[in-house]
Design a binder for this molecule. Sequence first.
Ligand code: SAM
Length: 209
Amino acid sequence: MKAVDINAKIIGLAHPTEGKKGKGWYQRIELKKGIWTPGVGLGNTWEVMKSDFLPDTLKRKKILDIGCNAGYHMIEAARMGAMTVGIEPDEYYYAQAEFVKSCLPKRLGKRMVFYKEWTTPNFLKSLGNFDMIWSINVLHNLEYKLQAPCILAMADITDEVIARYRNKSANKATKESIDKYFRDVGFRVKSRYPTGRKEGAYRYIHYVK
Ligand SMILES: C[S@@+](CC[C@H](N)C(=O)[O-])C[C@H]1O[C@@H](n2cnc3c(N)ncnc32)[C@H](O)[C@@H]1O
């Protein structure tokens, strides 16, 4: 696809409620050399995952990304050799993800599969087993009564979860409640970022069994 067509598509796929800063995109992704989706900029989220939680290679690993948005973290995982599955219920973000995938080299695109679905325990279990589940900036968005059952379902299909979630959220979840759900189903905390007083509104926790 020519650069002019890619840029037109980026504008056409803008999410109507994402806000002006990201021009309708949440994730900033390089589609072809020098052509980026606008995005709000995620700070150093990927760098933190790589340096604090991930092994040197993800070859032969199968990763589920819950709330994958336009697929940014999946692309990085695919670059490290993983097969990735993403869940994104929002039709606009899902369309962005499929478009992003279509712009990538085939060797990466074939390592990414997206589902336009809400996260429910049954749907999670229908996907089979994963080496890791990533749930970055999304657990606190799940419907409150589904949080514990979804974390229980995660425990059925993986031994390792990297979660980044908000300390407090509008829908009653707190860092204590979400953390307890993980511990109740057999996970323990391997590491976290940031720690102690540096902890801001969000923090990462790496759970393992
Ligand atoms: C704040 S964004 C985070 C996106 C991405 N994980 C990241 O960190 O860049 C939250 C994403 O979760 C998606 N989402 C909201 N509710 C969801 C649910 N029940 N299941 C899966 N994804 C959901 C949203 O559509 C959105 O793409």
